[in-house]
Write a protein that binds this ligand. Sequence first.
Ligand SMILES: O=C(O)C(=O)C[C@]1(C(=O)O)C=C[C@@H](O)C=C1
Length: 310
Amino acid sequence: MTPPSSYTYLGPEGTFTEAALLQVPGAGGARRVPALTVGSALDAVRAGSVDAAMVPIENSVEGGVSATLDAIAVGAPLRILREELVPITFVLAGRPGAGLGDVRRIATHGHAWAQCRTWVDTNISDAEYFPASSTAAAAHGLAEGEEGYDAAICSPLVAERLGLAVLARDIGDVTDAVTRFVLVGRPEDLPPRTGADKTTLVIPLPEDHPGALMQILDQFAARGVNLSRIESRPTGQFLGDYFFSVDADGHVEDARVADALKGLHRISPGLRFLGSYARADRRSPAVERHTSDDAFAAADGWLGDILGGR
Ligand SMILES: O=C(O)C(=O)C[C@]1(C(=O)O)C=C[C@@H](O)C=C1
């Protein structure tokens, strides 16, 4: 796999997503183009104008990032190349000279707002929410004199870089919140198996198929494949039409994962493989003997003997 030489990310400069990208070896010195939305970042990869995009996918407090789960599930296929974890701490930033008492309207990303609701309700209960495309976009707007709001929830770093007044620190409702980001490339890239991997899938729920969810889950359970995330998302086509976004422990080159994917494809032929990549925490799953590569190879050999008349 050739390492990417150009990147995009959910911008502008100073987002948590940029911090995640800067954790990737070599990204600091590479071409980095901020994108306005997750969708436009992924489209830039599809169009070939950059090699890879860093986007948020999951937060330990708020759960899945719908914009990413939805944009990656449709359109030309993409591949997740790696994941990054970033600890999240928020500040409330105002214009220089402002105080907490001046805050009426707060701009930030929807996910950040959801993570600071208790603090806002307790400390400035009458403050209104002003949606922004990212925490950093909210901070940049404030610094550039945007009139619609008078404070931003953002990272301490971007508040400091832009010379904003920090009105309150550590305002997240959970102190050790973490957001998980994924680096997304094109389908020709499959990261090598490391023994501590994750596989991400999009599984359309088959229509009029009683027990489909049970059968889908059974494909993983029967092969000893643990799931670390499962979320249902509407396809947007019609009411009741859903897909599952799933993270499973293991790599598509692990026999138990490959076998589970084949079983899933029989149930849901629209199955989309989004990638197998190294886990950020490097934790290897415990594999039972009967779901090991050796056990699968022995079973294939045994069947081959029968079919070969031996
Ligand atoms: O707005 C940013 O700074 C982002 O990188 C986006 C994002 C998200 O989508 O969850 C990333 C981390 C935080 O959880 C809040 C916002």
